[in-house]
Design a protein around this ligand. Structure first.
Ligand SMILES: Nc1ncnc2c1ncn2[C@@H]1O[C@H](COP(=O)(O)OP(=O)(O)OP(=O)(O)O)[C@@H](O)[C@H]1O
Length: 412
């Protein structure tokens, strides 16, 4: 039995290099969408535009998340990557091969290099765990001895060897998904598509499955595209994220960057739903009642050390600054801090502190937004986003949704 990280390839290496995503083709991205639109014809009328002018590149070796609300076009995007749908216009390439015009037969070796993990696991109830994992190997024509070796390796990798002869109905949801992942890895894919792979699981089991996906990426070097509507999945798992809104890419970037400075109103809503460290409307009201003499600033940054630097700047300028709300969120490769600060003192000194703190925040790839005015509740994430103009003051404390949306549209 080999160790958990030394998975071998039982399939015959008959696929063309570009399709398989093997070395020699290393310059091309794992997946590339160029001006892709997908329109589903309707019985009458213009049809449903599921994706419109999508330009995206998934880099080799990364975990790339696609987040969007129901109907945003996430599943259509996945189905275009594995060739189950064809673009109405534009080009979809997998490991450098344009798959938009390939026949079913030409698509087969490419699909073999793409593993799929599903929300509802899609295990065959009539087959044992071994039978389920071995199934794609049977289809690929792998002989019995190689199949058995591979299944044993995969069961070790996902830590479920003792379940080998059980049936799916005898497994918990998390175990089913780990078997689903083992099956997806059977033919040694270079790309894994995880479509809402944790949506049916409780939070603890979700963490286990996401940890397994991170191991698949780290130890096996497999590129992963994670489709989700949950920002905490993005935060804890992905390197980069694309936010889909009504079939268009609203925003794409490094996960921490998108959390720190979401530039589109849809991204802001997703971030806001996840970053609990920012006060909601009730908490804003409470803060203003507790600190009637204070002004407020919202400090966000991937650098947790920024907080102490802005506090020191306050001490140097004789402006008392204190943390009144906030905390640190954990990401795949680091942290993201969000603190609400209460600032007190005469206006020239406070303005001087804001100016200095803005500079410090910019140096730390973070952002400080000044929040003041009537106690009308707050929307700190939206406020933070408007604060890309560092000199701005959010006088409503609500993030002025109309204004921020307008800004975001300009930036698209
Ligand atoms: N085969 C189809 N025929 C017609 N319309 C479709 C088809 N597949 C998807 N659509 C439409 O395309 C749009 C995008 O659907 P898609 O399933 O890709 O979204 P989604 O983001 O995956 O949503 P969900 O999270 O609910 O699964 C929706 O308006 C949907 O109704």
């Amino acid at each position: 039995m080999t160790g958990s990280t030394t998975l071998t390839n039982p399939t015959t290496p008959s696929q063309p290099a570009a399709a398989a995503g093997r070395p020699g083709d290393s310059a091309s991205p794992a997946v590339s969408f160029s001006a892709v639109s997908k329109v589903f014809p309707a019985r009458s009328g213009p049809g449903v535009t599921a994706l419109q002018d999508v330009d995206l590149q998934v880099r080799r070796g990364e975990i790339f998340a696609v987040v969007g609300r129901s109907g945003a076009g996430k599943s259509t995007l996945v189905r275009l990557i594995n060739g189950l749908e064809r673009p109405t216009s534009g080009r979809v390439s997998v490991a450098g091969t344009d798959i938009s015009t390939l026949t079913e037969r030409q698509l087969r070796p490419i699909r073999r290099r793409i593993g799929m993990v599903f929300q509802q696991f899609n295990l065959m109830r009539s087959r044992t765990v071994v039978g389920n994992i071995a199934f794609p190997l049977r289809v690929a024509g792998v002989d019995k001895a190689a199949r058995e070796r591979r299944v044993a390796e995969l069961l070790d990798f996902v830590g479920l060897r003792e379940k080998a002869w059980q049936y799916p109905d005898q497994l918990s949801g998390g175990q089913k998904q780990r078997i689903g992942i083992a099956r997806a890895l059977a033919t040694e894919p270079t790309l894994l598509l995880a479509d809402e792979s944790t949506s049916a699981l409780d939070p603890e089991t979700t963490s286990e499955v996401l940890a397994l996906l991170r191991r698949v990426n780290r130890e096996l070097g497999i590129t992963i595209v994670v489709i989700t509507h949950e920002m905490d999945v993005v935060r804890s798992t992905a390197d980069r994220v694309a936010v889909l809104e009504a079939g268009r890419v609203a925003e794409v970037g490094q996960v921490q960057q998108v959390f720190a400075r979401p530039t589109h109103h849809t991204s802001r809503r997703f971030v806001q739903a996840d970053v609990r460290q920012q006060p909601d409307a009730d908490r804003w009201g409470q803060l203003r009642r507790q600190h009637p003499a204070k002004q407020f600033g919202q400090l966000v940054s991937p650098d947790a050390g920024l907080l102490s630097r802005v506090l020191v700047a306050g001490a140097e300028l004789g402006v008392p600054v204190e943390v009144v709300h906030g905390g640190v969120s954990t990401f795949k490769d680091g942290d993201f801090s969000s603190f609400t600060l209460g600032i007190e003192g005469p206006e020239p000194a406070v303005a001087q502190w804001f100016s200095r703190a803005h500079e410090l925040a910019a140096q730390a790839d973070g952002m400080l937004t000044r929040v003041s005015g009537p106690a009308s509740g707050g929307d700190a994430t939206a406020g933070a986003s408007t604060g890309t103009d560092n000199t701005r003051t959010d006088n409503t404390g609500t993030g002025s949704t109309d204004h921020t949306d307008g800004k975001a549209e300009e930036r698209r």
